[in-house]
Design a protein around this ligand. Structure first.
Ligand SMILES: [Cu+2]
Length: 138
């Protein structure tokens, strides 16, 4: 009886010690038909109790996609590539205009307001999370 209880306890412990990623408020910025670049924004929440890291993003909509951060360097706005975006347990990271964003470069076709674009977010521990983000004007 005592042994069974201990085994159960270890099992429950290992289930709880995990990140749990939730994606909220996701949207892709609508751009004119001629424009080749846009960005994906969202709030990445981690309701688990281990940190996780966004390490890559994939999509069929463009030739290139990467994690960016807009920084103000002596009054000049610059975008820098971010290799790893950590999401702390019990915390969240907001990707928004002027800050972190998923840069979409070389659109293969025009995107329409209201359409949903598919992306695969790749996390170090949680693995692949497929999302569909609506195209919005904002
Ligand atoms: Cu960018």
């Amino acid at each position: 009886m005592g042994k069974i209880f201990l085994v159960l306890l270890i099992f429950v412990g290992s289930v709880y010690a995990k990140p749990k990623i939730l994606i909220e408020n996701l949207w892709v910025r609508a751009v004119p038909p001629m424009s080749k670049n846009t960005a994906l924004f969202m709030v990445i929440k981690n309701v688990g109790d281990e940190p996780d890291v966004l390490i890559d993003v994939k999509t069929d909509i463009s030739k290139m996609i990467s994690i960016h951060k807009t920084e103000n360097k002596n009054g000049v706005m610059k975008m820098v590539h971010v290799k790893r975006l950590s999401i702390p347990p019990g915390g969240s990271v907001e990707l928004k205009p002027g800050g972190y964003h998923i840069m979409i470069m070389g659109l293969k076709r025009g995107i329409k307001t209201g359409e949903n674009v598919k992306f695969t977010l790749i996390f170090e521990k949680s693995g692949e999370i497929v999302i569909k983000a609506p195209v919005k004007m904002r």
